[in-house]
Design a protein around this ligand. Structure first.
Ligand code: SPV
Ligand code: MG
Length: 431
């Protein structure tokens, strides 16, 4: 009996999967690998049902001889162990990022004469409906809200990219990269006050009001499924903050980060070049506690951002505040710095972790951008936010295009560096 292998990364078994199983049986006995949660989030979608349930679901299908765990996206370990004669898969893996997986399988099988069987992918109304059910579990507020907490358990570091519009949301949602034989994507989205304000041509001084900020979140949520972390600036008056928490929680936002400043807030990257006032520990703790007290779920997170290093108040002040904020109920802390060298951030993380092994740490390496995700994770960081890079890359590109059209009195010269309209349109889903 020949050995056939396939890997499933799905929450629902639909006709397409059954078709693969039927085809596989023509070649031999079928082993199905169920992709681990950790691997699924790296290139596919967040699993809507638990790994154990997915194993059980596959076990119950007629025509499956054995069910195993596939821990990694690439097939090296599985093929090394099983030596299947055939690997069978829907032919949708011939294009796009999944092609890297097919290439990996092809290389592994060719070493001993194994073969790939590409089965025409099944597109029909039932498959579409199954896909929509999985999408529902990703994008609806009650599912999306808890996703950040789930990712914190699953990922060594949660990678978060700035978004400020539907279009940037789509980039965060859909960008998958293949590098050194691995596939990767962002885990979460950061609705930056700097970039939300900048997109409106306004300064980052809490001028863009909450109604407008919520509108931005809504635009993003309409077209994405990944969890949202909201930059709440100072959180405003405590009496207002409690309403903000309720609204965000209802919308399905996963977390708000508020910074311990008061009065007219300026962007932290100005540091001490502009006048900025840090809040008192007592008052900021009251704000955190008030926010926690109005939450309706246990899922929403209030993360306290410490500005002591930005405002040159020293490491001890930063640490004191971090522990006080956690005691007041903060679900995480963000430590910020505008130094190019990451050492003060890493020192903070090491010292904080001596007394607190569990509270998630968030960092924003805009200035200390040489630090790698692996280094941050080693020092106990749980969430990394790339807070403004999409805005900063788009602006010069747009400005240069405007200049060149003015210079040449036509658009031909700029055209070759522009995205084809066809590609822009294909980013956007047609219902
Ligand atoms: C933002 O993105 O708006 C932030 C991060 O608050 S920073 O600009 O670095 O202060
Ligand atoms: Mg901000």
């Amino acid at each position: 009996m020949k050995k056939v292998y396939t890997c499933f990364c799905t929450d629902i078994i639909h006709e397409g999967h059954l078709n693969i199983i039927r085809e596989a049986q023509k070649y031999g006995s079928l082993t199905v690998g169920v992709l681990s949660d950790e691997a699924m989030v790296r290139f596919n979608r967040f699993p809507g049902v638990s790994f154990e349930e997915r194993m059980e679901m596959v076990r119950s299908i007629d025509g499956v001889s054995e069910v195993i765990v596939q821990k990694e996206i690439m097939y090296d370990a599985v093929i090394g162990k099983l030596h299947p004669d055939y690997v069978i898969h829907g032919d949708n893996w011939k294009q796009g990022p999944m092609k890297a997986i097919r290439d990996n399988v092809e290389k592994l099988l060719s070493a001993y004469g194994g073969e790939i069987i590409d089965v025409p992918y099944t597109y029909n109304e039932n498959v579409k409906r199954a896909d929509m059910r999985m999408k529902e579990k990703l994008s609806m507020p009650e599912y999306r809200r808890r996703r950040l907490r789930q990712l914190l358990k699953l990922c060594p570091i949660v990678r978060t990219i700035e978004v400020h519009s539907g279009l940037t949301g789509l980039i965060a949602e859909k960008t998958i990269v293949e590098h050194n034989g691995e596939l990767d994507q962002f885990d979460a989205m950061w609705v930056s006050s700097l970039c939300d304000s900048t997109a409106k041509g306004k300064p980052d001084i809490e001028l863009v009001d909450m109604t407008s900020r919520f509108r931005t979140i809504d635009d993003i949520m309409e077209v994405t499924t990944k969890p949202v972390i909201f930059d709440g600036d100072t959180g405003g008056l405590t009496e207002h903050f409690v309403y903000t928490v309720r609204s965000l929680e209802r919308m399905g936002v996963s977390a708000i980060i508020i910074e311990d400043k008061t009065g007219l807030k300026k962007n932290s990257l100005f540091g001490t070049e502009v006048e900025q006032t840090q809040d008192s520990i007592e008052h900021f703790c009251e704000k955190i506690a008030a926010g926690k007290s109005v939450q309706l779920t246990d899922e929403f997170m209030i993360i306290a951002r410490i500005e002591s290093l930005i405002l040159e108040q020293g490491m001890d002040d930063a640490l004191n505040r971090a522990h006080a904020y956690v005691k007041a109920g903060a679900d995480g802390i963000m430590i910020h710095s505008r130094k190019k060298d990451p050492s003060e951030i890493l020192e903070f993380c090491d010292l904080f972790r001596k007394d607190d092994a569990a509270t998630p740490i968030v960092v924003v390496p805009s200035s200390f951008n040489s630090v790698t995700e692996a280094e941050l994770a080693e020092h106990g960081v749980n969430i990394v936010i790339y807070a403004n890079q999409l805005t900063r890359s788009a602006f010069p590109a747009m400005e240069q295009t405007a200049k060149d059209i003015l210079k040449y009195h036509r658009a031909q010269e700029v055209d070759e560096r522009l995205m084809p309209i066809k590609d822009i349109i294909s980013l956007i889903e047609e219902l």
